[in-house]
Write a protein of this length. Structure first.
Length: 315
């Protein structure tokens, strides 16, 4: 199969018919074999009934229905599990992403050799103050922290090589950081394409400003887990040791001063209590590293690694 289109959705019954017909026209005109996977993230409107009707009329349309709302990351993760196409393309269901981009995204993966291509909505139709400005600040922080030069991490329109979506697990609210997850999994050829951003035709946005705060916290967590997930003692042990040595050094200095300087009050010096606090923090960090190592070494995935290829061994 050439392409799988994975579409997470929540209360989008108005747009689904038009969107699926548009996708079908585009892929048929470009002679691409396809499947459309619609993932209903616990909608409370008639979205699932619409999906059922669409599937009856087109065997290439498939559906997944969550019992309740879990979020976009969960919907994408389940869609990725079900996808079978050589190229997997994700897009939002609100019709702000154009299906006309599908052929070019497919070619960038299959012909130009990219592992992942992220859309860049260079010209946007969102509110400049509540969405565009926070989005620019968020993307600038994500670029600097991850080292991936993308302008729009949060764009729902992305294309992936099949192997990429089978090598990453999307959880929590990590959907905006799939390029980072792919990089951590060893996929380095990550590209970008300017895509059309269409004005919203149906419904209202499902996201608020809190997504940028949550997104920044997720980015910090992702970078920490990516660097120290299998070696937490390298982080906690290092900074714990540094804190302890700093506090210990200050304490020794103050104690020696007590004996060398007449009428030198030790316990009435703020530095003495600061030094003790720093030593305690250092020990806590060090012990946290030990506990994290114990948890990690007893994890069922402690020796789970992504292997690209084996030669002369049973696969």
């Amino acid at each position: 199969m050439d392409v799988s289109i994975v579409i997470p959705l929540f209360n989008e019954d108005e747009s689904l018919t038009e969107l699926s017909e548009w996708i079908t026209r585009v892929v048929t005109a470009n002679k691409l074999s396809y499947e459309i996977i619609l993932v209903d993230d616990g909608s409370t409107d008639n979205s699932w009934e619409v999906i059922q009707q669409l599937a009856k009329g087109n065997s290439q349309i498939k559906g997944i229905k969550f019992q309740r709302n879990y979020g976009k990351s969960a919907a994408l993760n389940e869609g990725f599990k079900a996808a079978k196409g050589n190229v997997v393309i994700t897009m939002d269901a609100d019709m702000q992403d154009s299906p006309d981009e599908i052929p070019a995204l497919h070619n960038m993966i299959m012909q130009e050799g990219f592992d992942l291509v992220s859309g860049w909505k260079k010209k946007r139709y969102d509110n400049a103050l509540t969405k565009n400005l926070p989005s620019k600040l968020f993307n600038a922080a994500a670029r600097r922290t991850s080292g991936i030069p993308l302008h729009d991490f949060n764009c729902g329109l992305k294309a992936y090589r099949f192997k990429v979506i089978k090598s990453v697990e999307v959880y929590g609210e990590m959907h905006r950081y799939i390029p980072v997850l792919a990089k951590l999994a060893g996929f380095r050829k990550i590209g970008e394409k300017v895509v059309e951003h269409r004005a919203r035709k149906y419904g209202i946005t499902k996201f608020g400003l809190n997504r940028f705060i949550n997104g920044f916290l997720d980015l910090l967590s992702l970078n920490f887990v990516g660097r120290f997930g299998k070696k937490p003692m390298h982080f906690f042990g290092l900074y714990g040791t540094l804190c302890f040595l700093l506090g210990f050094g200050i304490s020794i200095y103050l104690i020696l001063s007590k004996f060398l300087i007449e009428d030198y009050g030790l316990t009435n010096k703020p530095g003495f209590y600061i030094a003790l606090a720093i030593m305690v923090i250092g020990m806590q960090l060090f012990l946290t590293g030990f506990i994290a190592e114990l948890v990690g070494r007893n994890s069922t995935e402690r020796n789970t690694y992504l292997i690209e290829e084996k030669l002369g061994l049973d696969q």
